[in-house]
Design a protein around this ligand. Structure first.
Ligand SMILES: C[S@@+](CC[C@H](N)C(=O)[O-])C[C@H]1O[C@@H](n2cnc3c(N)ncnc32)[C@H](O)[C@@H]1O
Length: 286
């Protein structure tokens, strides 16, 4: 638990906040002393509650992917969870280290990329937060597979992401909605790609889905969408780790190069029991 805090003197906390410089999150480090973050993180918390994030998380192992300054990590801890915070930058590159020290956080901090999540290394979690990261990724579906691999059966994933439903970027840079383009587009799973820095001038923005595509991507990763909230700035989804043998089978095929040497004699789509071999006339080797 990050409470009681390790540092309580408001002047000392203010000094440390200022020394840190730039903040992404607004975090209340002492009554009325709040880090000057640029983000609307404190408005996101009620949406996670609305999705069903429990107020008490005692006995729960939680993971906060792309934790940045750690607002959500510390909130999970405050609710009783044992938390692992993960980001591809060091805790001292953000406000995390400063805030964790002041709050007395016990969260484990992992410097790594989301694709490296692995049950053998990290174990499995009951609750996973994946907030504000998906649209930064070059391999969003691979990330969801990695996340799913560290979830216990029945574990819950909370995703928040920028969505294109209300924000399609046109070739001239103008912004419109899917509905304005064509109402039928809302129910078609779609992703928009952002060449260069074409989304908000930020080259780290790569691909964003519409809500329908987000749901499809989660289902592909063996996650059942239970609850979803759309907002003009994006979407919030709660999904549960379920078993889907067909999705798992295709994921194994799609990722086999990592697991098994490529066999040129076996076309990938024929390398399964019950496959239709007369497509090419090739036969499975005995
Ligand atoms: C927009 S911030 C979101 C921070 C926080 N989760 C929130 O919702 O307010 C994205 C964070 O994800 C981290 N990040 C981006 N790509 C990542 C990756 N491939 N693996 C791990 N972390 C990543 C960034 O360093 C950054 O801290």
């Amino acid at each position: 638990m990050p409470y009681p805090p390790r540092i309580t003197d408001p002047e000392e906390i203010r000094r440390r906040i200022a020394a840190r410089g730039r903040w992404w999150h607004e975090i209340e480090l002492a009554p009325g002393v709040i880090t000057p973050g640029d983000d609307s993180n404190r408005q996101k918390m009620p949406l996670l509650d609305e999705l069903g994030l429990p107020a008490r998380l005692h006995g729960v192992r939680a993971l906060d992917i792309g934790c940045s300054d750690g607002y959500f990590t510390f909130e999970l801890e405050r609710r009783g969870a044992e938390v692992t915070a993960m980001d591809f930058v060091e805790a001292t590159a953000t406000g995390f280290a400063t805030a964790a020290e002041i709050l007395g956080s016990d969260a484990a901090y992992l410097v790594d990329i989301v694709y490296n999540l692995d049950p053998e290394t990290h174990g499995r979690f009951d609750r996973v937060l994946f907030l504000g990261v998906l649209y930064h990724l070059r391999k969003p579906l691979a990330a969801l597979d990695s996340i799913r691999s560290v979830m216990k059966p029945g574990a819950e994933l909370y995703v928040a992401t920028f969505l294109i439903d209300e924000h399609v970027v046109l070739p001239d840079g103008a912004v419109t909605t899917l509905e304005a383009l064509n109402p039928a587009l809302i129910d078609i799973p779609l992703w928009q790609a952002y060449p260069g820095a074409s989304l908000n001038g930020d080259f780290t923005n790569c691909f964003a889905p519409n809500m329908r595509a987000l749901q499809t991507a989660l289902e592909e990763a063996e996650l059942r969408v239970d609850s979803a909230i759309s907002r003009p700035g994006g979407g919030f989804v709660r999904a549960t780790a379920v078993r889907n043998d067909l999705a798992a089978k295709y994921r194994r095929l799609d990722g086999r190069i990592h697991d098994t040497p490529f066999d040129p004699e076996v076309p990938y789509y024929l390398d399964e029991d019950g496959a239709v071999h007369d497509l090419t006339g090739r036969r499975r080797r005995q």
